[in-house]
Design a protein around this ligand. Sequence first.
Ligand code: GDP
Length: 304
Amino acid sequence: MFNSLSDRLTATFKNLRGKGRLSEADVDATVREIRRALLDADVAVPVVRDFAARIRERALGAEVSGALNPSQQVVKIVNEELQAILGGETRRLRLAKNPPTVIMLAGLQGAGKTTLAGKLGKWLKGQGHSPILVAADLQRPNAVTQLEVVAQRAGVAVYAPHPGIQSEFEAPTGDPVAVARDGVAEARAKLHDVVIVDTAGRLGLDAELMRQAADIRAAVNPDEVLFVIDAMIGQDAVNTAKAFEEGVDFTGVVLSKLDGDARGGAALSVASVTGRPVMFASTGEGLDDFELFHPDRMASRILD
Ligand code: GDP
């Protein structure tokens, strides 16, 4: 991911090397190249526009300092702005003072929520927590079973409603809001200190399911609502993210499928448009393909 963006930006900055001072024309030419590179990486148009304007303003206003030449100065500015868009400092999970901590997952179907539940569960267990996964996705046939399988692989507990499932092709019946609430009660009773609530997602945006997610949010009062988004989604990322921001008011973003050949634009767009930090990256189908997201490292990687 970001490889081609990275190459393009590096080439752009190379043109500035050796210049003693940057003219307005130099800055404009550079910003134009940055803008093109971001658009080609699938970053949303309004995000690119704002970003380019900030770079231009800062590059023109930059003091010529002794320590950095103009080319290094522009790189530094772009680095800082990229990092700011991605959330600034590394944002760690907020754990509740009075356990259990409740983490709710939201996102479109196929985004990688159920897989993430397992990854998060395994990761938290590795840190000495005792997580329980809650299967509140009653929309998709097999979702409950899938979560049970993931929990077993992760070696963590699961709370799943069973009555009502007739076959694997039929969605389980029941009230997902009640399941989520009961899951938290179960966690409290069995002394699990983190509850991860998996919720239903549709292929497209769906008002009813968004309402259901909002109802679950209201019922379990989560400490974190993580919006999981497939990094391959490209320009659609902005509308999807905005709809979920309005619908469930998420607190952090998880980028999934960063192992694919996504051009990376979704990452920048979602974080920028919603102002929510990217907290985790999912990088494969395995339960260990998961890491804390570090905005500074990602920005440096892009500018490497
Ligand atoms: P959900 O509908 O949001 O719960 O999505 P799932 O967790 O079921 O994931 C949908 C598909 O994407 C599954 O086949 C997963 O194995 C796959 N998947 C999830 N996360 C990743 C990831 O980070 N990288 C890759 N390559 N595949 C993933």
